[in-house]
Design a protein around this ligand. Structure first.
Ligand SMILES: CC(C)(COP(=O)(O)OP(=O)(O)OC[C@H]1O[C@@H](n2cnc3c(N)ncnc32)[C@H](O)[C@@H]1OP(=O)(O)O)[C@@H](O)C(=O)NCCC(=O)NCCS
Length: 468
C-alpha cells in the first residue's frame, strides 16, 4: 500500500531534478574563518550567526537537505523517527540504536500528569498554540523539578547575564574568542557545583538529549490532546504499537489510521522537521544560548511559530480556497486579487526561487487524497486551477511557485486534522529541528547578542511630570 506513496515521491523527485538541472551547482561550503564578513539586512537578513551541519536549503535548485540526505530520499525511504534521530545525532541509526531511541519516544509519549493538569484549564477556549505552550511548561514542571529548592543556583556561583555581553563601543570579538562560554550540562572549569539529591522521577537538568526526546514525543501528545479538548472530547492514551505519525492521527481522531494515511502524515512530518535558521529555530536557539533549558527553548519556538508570518499560512490557504469556492471562479478571483496588489497566500518564498521541494511532494499527495476523500476534492481542484492561473500570470518568469503551505492544509484536512491544529502539528514536526540545532549550537555556545543602531536623540533635558 505504502508503495503508492513511495512512487509518488520518486516521480516528484524526478520532476524536480529535471526542472532545476540547469541551475548552477552550489559552491561547496566549508568552515568559516571567524569573525566573518557578510552583508546584513534588516531583521538580520543575510547574517551568518553560526556554522551548522544539520540542514541546508538551496533556493535556486529547490534543494532541502538534512545532514547530507536529500529530502526526496528521506521521504521516499525513511520515517519521521529515523529522520529525527538523524537530525539529532548526525547519522542514521543502526537497528539497535533505532530500537533504543524509539522505545524512549514511546515511553515519553505518556504524559498522564501533564494532561491531567492541562484538562483543568479552559483549553477549548484557548488559541491552540497558547495551549501547546502551556502544556510544554507543565511538562517542564512535572518532569524536571528544576525549580525545586535544591536546584536553586548557589549564591556566588551564578554568572550574571551581563558578564558575557560585549560592550557596545567595542567590535564584536567573534567565535574564536568565545572561550569563556560553556556547554549546557557540562562541568564549567573552576566552578564548583553543590551536590544535589536525586529525585526519582526527574529526567535530567532540562538541557540534554533526553529532554529533547521527551519534548519531541510530548509535543505530539499535547497537540493531540488539545485537538480532542477543542472538540469537547477527552484526550486519548497513545498506542505503543503505532508510529509517531500514526499516534498523532489516532490520538486526534480516535481512529487507527490506515497505513497510507499514516504514511502521508509521516512524510508531512519529515517535510516540516527542519528548514535552516527560520524564525522559530532562531528563537529557540537564542533562548538556549542564554543557558536556559530546552523546555524554555521550545516555548520560544512555539511562540515564534504562532505568528502569521511563520506558521499558519496553510490555514489561510484553506480559507482562501473556500472563499474562491470552485475552479470556475479562480480566473476572476486572481484577476481581482492581483489588481488590488494582494499577495496570494501559499505562493512565493523568501528562499526558494524554484518550486519548493516540500510543495512538490505535497501536491501529488493532496491529489491522491482528493481521489480518496471527497471532502477535499473541491479544495484540491480549486487549488490546482489556482496554481495554473498564478503560474501563467506570474510564475515561471518571476519565480513565484507554490510554497509548502499551499497543499499541506488539504493534506491535513483529508487526514482528519482540523484547521486550528495545523500550526501545532507544524510544531510537532519542527521540534526535531529546534532540538537538533540547539544541541549543535551548545557545542560551541555563544550568547546571541546583535546590536541595534541607535538613531535616537541625546542630551534631552528631563522635564518633571507637572511641567509636561
Ligand atoms: C513568502 C513571501 C513573504 C516572500 O517574500 P519575498 O521573497 O520577500 O518576495 P517579495 O515580497 O520581495 O516579492 C517579490 C515580488 O513578487 C511578488 N510576490 C511575491 N509573492 C507573491 C504572492 N504570493 N502573490 C503575488 N505576488 C507575489 C511581490 O509582490 C513582489 O512583486 P514586485 O517585485 O512587483 O514588488 C511572499 O511571497 C508572500 O507574502 N507570500 C504569501 C504568503 C505565504 O504564502 N507565506 C508562507 C511562506 S512559506
Amino acid at each position: 500500500m505504502s508503495d503508492i506513496i513511495t512512487d509518488i515521491i520518486l516521480k516528484a523527485a524526478e520532476k524536480a531534478r529535471m526542472e532545476t538541472s540547469n541551475e548552477p551547482e552550489p559552491k561547496v561550503t566549508g568552515p568559516a574563518e571567524w569573525p566573518i564578513n557578510c552583508t546584513v539586512g534588516p531583521g538580520l537578513e543575510g547574517a551568518i550567526a553560526c556554522e551548522s551541519k544539520v540542514g541546508y536549503v538551496n533556493g535556486a535548485k529547490g534543494w532541502l537537505i538534512y545532514r547530507g540526505y536529500d529530502i526526496f530520499d528521506l521521504c521516499a525511504y525513511s520515517n519521521f523517527e529515523e529522520v529525527t534521530y538523524l537530525l539529532l545525532h548526525g547519522e542514521l541509526p543502526s537497528r539497535k540504536q533505532f530500537e533504543e531511541f524509539n522505545s524512549k519516544l514511546i515511553k515519553y509519549r505518556y504524559l498522564y500528569k501533564t494532561l491531567r493538569l492541562l484538562v483543568g484549564f479552559p483549553v477549548e477556549k484557548m488559541n491552540t498554540m497558547a495551549a501547546l505552550r502551556l502544556g510544554t511548561n507543565m511538562m517542564r514542571q512535572e518532569f524536571t523539578f528544576l525549580d525545586a529548592d535544591e536546584d536553586a543556583p548557589v549564591k556566588g556561583e551564578a554568572i550574571a547575564s551581563d558578564d558575557d555581553s560585549i560592550a557596545m563601543e567595542t567590535q564584536p570579538l567573534g567565535g574564536k574568542n568565545a572561550t569563556y562560554e560553556f556547554r549546557l550540562g557540562k562541568k564549567i572549569k573552576g566552578l564548583k557545583r553543590s551536590k544535589k539529591k536525586k529525585i526519582e522521577t526527574r529526567i535530567d537538568d532540562g538541557s540534554n538529549i533526553d529532554t529533547c526526546y521527551h519534548l519531541i514525543s510530548g509535543v505530539a501528545t499535547i497537540t493531540s490532546a488539545i485537538s480532542r479538548l477543542h472538540q469537547g472530547r477527552i484526550p486519548l492514551e497513545p498506542d505503543p504499537k503505532l508510529s509517531h505519525a500514526g499516534n498523532i492521527l489516532y490520538m486526534m481522531t480516535g481512529e487507527k489510521p490506515d497505513p497510507v494515511a499514516e504514511r502521508i502524515m509521516d512524510v508531512s512530518l519529515i517535510l516540516h522537521a527542519d528548514h535552516g535558521m527560520n524564525a522559530s529555530t532562531f528563537a529557540s536557539m537564542v533562548v538556549a544560548s542564554t543557558l536556559s533549558d530546552f523546555y524554555f527553548s521550545v516555548g520560544a519556538g512555539i511562540g515564534a511559530l504562532n505568528g502569521p508570518l511563520h506558521g499558519g499560512a496553510n490555514q489561510e490557504v484553506m480559507k482562501m480556497l473556500r472563499e474562491i469556492g470552485s475552479p470556475g471562479n479562480v480566473e476572476s478571483w486572481v484577476a481581482k486579487a492581483l489588481a488590488a496588489k494582494k499577495k496570494i497566500t501559499g505562493f512565493g518564498h523568501r528562499v526558494y526561487k524554484a518550486y519548493d521541494p516540500r510543495a512538490r511532494i505535497l501536491e501529488p499527495l493532496a491529489e491522491y487524497l482528493a481521489g480518496e476523500y471527497p471532502v477535499v476534492k473541491n479544495d484540491f481542484l480549486t487549488a490546482k486551477r489556482l496554481e495554473e492561473e498564478v503560474l501563467t500570470r506570474m510564475g515561471r518568469e518571476r519565480k513565484i511557485f507554490p510554497n509548502v503551505d499551499f497543499y499541506s492544509g488539504i493534506v491535513y484536512n483529508a487526514l482528519g486534522v482540523r484547521s486550528d491544529m495545523f500550526t501545532p502539528v507544524f510544531a510537532v514536526s519542527r521540534v526535531s529541528g529546534w532540538a537538533a540545532r540547539v544541541l549543535e549550537y551548545q557545542q560551541n555556545n555563544r550568547i546571541f547578542r546583535p546590536r541595534a543602531l541607535y538613531t535616537g536623540a541625546f542630551n534631552k533635558e528631563y522635564i518633571p511630570p507637572y511641567k509636561r
